[in-house]
Write a protein that binds this ligand. Structure first.
Ligand code: DAH
Length: 359
């Protein structure tokens, strides 16, 4: 009995060659080398042969098996490479296409307004400074001329922590003013910084959230006076609200860390529950400010006869609401994506004075 190994081989090799993809190739493999495959069928015939032809036939079948296995392997590698190539072509990314804006998320109004404020003050030569959210009594109160029994401390509704330092509990900073102290203790005058960041008070209603944002400003130099403060803040407000005609006024006020102290108001109009900034005969308070108190300067080892300066503190959330007409403060912190889509800003429109703050 002879086996027609040769024609089976040619037939199998043609089928391997013709397999158009990996699945078809595997079907070819099974039909020849699988349990019920043609080559396996040949092996089963060996049993009925005489010893000499069995030996010869066995050798031929094994050769055929090897040949087919290596042809299958080659074809498989070829098909895999072709599939990869096709996928690379299909998934090619054109990096020169403009970004699809609707898919990149939005910048939160607090971040946007913080960037706008930084852009304006950076242009006037102010650097950004930072301090920790967890503060100690010295930086948050004592050095700012708010000693232990000072009545103004009660207005701060402080969150106290269990941890203590030097016998006094640590706390969540109630304002960004402690960054003034940290900046002056860490460096040498002159100073010109703004410090935006989170602040905390035990307070929660329509217009107050337990966490909110402030920006602190500090300028210390020789011969600084109230005129510098007014000029700087008037420039700021007009840049921020993007209008040169915003009416402003400074009202005498009281803060322990400044003397004299003032609050700055901007002109506005209130009608039928709506608020329009920059026109009308009403006033709206937007920040506190003043000349840095000599006691504060002494607390950071500066001689008040040599160095003077001004400071200010402003609520970021509040000026964001005013500029962008956002009615409810609490919505800022609800993480509602629909709200963010409505009030948020495009990440690629970075606010600059040259390019426009808010477009
Ligand atoms: N720290 C004050 C507050 O949280 C705001 C403030 C007022 C800051 C006057 C100042 C300033 O630097 O001069 O209410």
């Amino acid at each position: 009995m002879t086996l027609d190994v040769g024609s089976l081989r040619d037939q199998a090799l043609a089928a391997i060659d013709a397999a158009a993809d990996l699945r078809a190739l595997d079907e070819v493999r099974v039909s020849y080398l699988g349990k019920k495959g043609a080559v396996t069928g040949l092996l089963k015939q060996l049993g009925g042969m005489d010893p000499d032809s069995r030996k010869e036939a066995g050798r031929q079948i094994n050769e055929l098996k090897d040949r087919l296995e290596s042809a299958l392997g080659e074809r498989k590698a070829g098909l895999q490479a072709a599939a990869l190539e096709a996928r690379l072509q299909a998934e090619r990314v054109d990096v020169t296409l403009p970004a699809r804006e609707e898919q990149v998320g939005r910048i939160h109004p607090v971040s946007q307004v913080t960037d706008e404020i930084i852009a304006i003050f950076a242009d006037m030569g102010f650097a950004v400074a930072e301090g920790p959210d967890v503060e100690d009594d010295f930086h948050n109160f004592e050095a700012l001329n708010l000693p232990k029994e000072h009545p103004a401390r009660q207005m701060h509704d402080t969150f106290y922590l269990e941890a203590e330092q030097n016998g006094a509990p640590l706390l969540l900073r109630t304002h960004t003013s402690p960054v003034q102290i940290r900046t002056m203790l860490a460096g040498k005058p002159p100073f010109r910084i703004i410090a935006p960041g989170r602040t905390y008070r035990v307070d929660s209603d329509m217009t107050h959230t337990p966490m909110f944002h402030q920006v602190e400003g500090l300028l210390i130099d020789r011969r600084t006076h109230m005129g510098h403060l007014k000029g700087c803040l008037i420039d700021f407000v007009r840049s921020y609200f993007e209008s040169d005609r915003i009416p402003v006024r400074f009202r005498p006020s009281y803060f322990p860390f400044t003397e004299p102290s003032a609050e700055m108001d901007i002109g506005c109009k209130r009608s039928q529950g709506e608020l329009v900034v920059g026109e009308g005969s009403d006033w709206l308070e937007i920040l506190g400010c003043g000349m840095v108190h000599p006691k504060v300067l002494r607390a950071v080892n500066l001689d008040p006869d040599e160095w003077q300066g001004f400071a200010f503190g402003m609520g970021i959330d509040r000026v964001a609401m005013l500029k962008y007409g956002i009615p409810d403060l609490r919505t800022f912190f609800e993480a509602d994506l629909r709200w963010l889509k409505h009030y948020g800003f495009m990440p690629l429109d970075v606010p600059t004075l040259a390019g426009g703050l808010s477009r």
